[in-house]
Design a protein. Structure first.
Length: 139
């Protein structure tokens, strides 16, 4: 199940989220929060000690805790709008790219320390769902 906390008026592409979760075989629940730069900056400062907005944050729950929730993905809709405009694609596509990136972190991938596994998996999903270049590929 996908639990959505949409703090904007934008319509979240729930069907695409569910298709990606099914493709990856994710059986646990996912919480997705869509918010503003101001709020994601507050969260980033509180939990990562980085006082600036960011595009996506992931908060996996420990495997040691018995819960049906895999974790939470927080996405800045301001970044969604800016990224879609900058890269010339739809907001829906930019949102899904950020969602995929956050989801892979929940699943244990970490592009900062792995040997390209997250980049490879992200590219696989992007191709499978006909999306534009992903975050890792663009940076």
């Amino acid at each position: 199940m996908v639990l959505i906390d949409n703090q904007t008026s934008w319509k979240v592409p729930k069907k695409r989220i569910k298709k990606i979760l099914k493709y990856l075989g994710v059986e646990k629940d996912i919480e997705v929060v869509i918010t503003t730069n101001r709020e994601i900056q507050r969260i980033n400062s509180q939990f990562r000690d980085i006082d600036k907005p960011t595009d996506v944050l992931s908060f996996p729950l420990s495997d040691e805790v018995e819960t049906p929730l895999l974790g939470t993905i927080v996405i800045s809709f301001d970044f969604v709008k800016d990224g879609a405009k900058r890269y010339g694609h739809r907001k829906k596509d930019e949102f899904i790219l950020l969602f995929i990136h956050g989801l892979l972190h929940l699943l244990g991938y970490d592009h900062e320390i792995d040997n390209g596994e997250m980049r490879e998996k992200e590219s696989e999903i992007v191709k499978r769902f006909g999306l534009p270049d992903s975050l890792i590929v663009r940076t």
